[in-house]
Design a protein around this ligand. Sequence first.
Ligand code: IPD
Ligand code: CA
Ligand code: CA
Length: 257
Amino acid sequence: MERFELALKVIMRAGDVLRRSPMGEDQISRKTDHQDLVTCRDKEIEQMLRQEILKSFPMDRVVGEEYPEDSGGSGVAWYIDPIDGTTNFINQRKNYAVSIGCWKDELPVFGLVLDVEREELYWAKSGEGAWKNRQDIHTSSHCHVSDLLLTTPCIQHTFLDEHPLRSSMLHLAKAVRAVRSLGSVALELCQLASGEADMFVTICSAPWDHNAARVILQEAGGCICTLNGEELPLNSNTTVAAFNCPEMRRLFLQNGY
Ligand code: IPD
Ligand code: CA
Ligand code: CA
């Protein structure tokens, strides 16, 4: 089985398990504090994804949120988030995703993001466009800042916490049409890829949060970089600014929000 077919099989299996999973308070624990939660499902699903990937491709590298990296020498790296939007999974039982990205020699190969409860699979292979289930998707054509719908996955981190970019973020929020927060980096980048939002910012995102959805976004016509306009690193935590088109990126960086 090729890597893409394997990824497709395991992401659908993960979705089936998550939709059927009962979730009690005893299955939730804090990682760093009360706003940073993990459930036994996050761990189970990540174990299943790792085992399936490494069974077929033992020399691949697997980077995920809940367990230390499995490093291999094939040059292929998988970035997996078993549940992106764990708080939504716990409190809403919707608006969460399974995310699987595959890169070779630091170049994108494919990305898959499953909106579990809506049963919507966003996917892209490099150079072959972006899709939601069987429908091709494209970014929006909005090109004036005042027309933009901005999303950010954590209101507290972006707008309330003290950080060097806070005043720029507040300025941007006042300039756009509206700000939304779904609470899942992967799903918000897919909203941007499918034209439901126009721009995305975050102060801190991890490789497993965005390395699948960024493939989908770029194939849909969008672009992504750090908040300073640098190339997004593949293997470290980073700020993120993502846009519906290169022209919006140019405007954002030129105006120095
Ligand atoms: C988190 C979500 C959240 C974002 C955090 C992520 P998790 O992922 O995407 O919206 O603000 O930065 O860590 O913990 O639910 O996998
Ligand atoms: Ca995540
Ligand atoms: Ca997660």
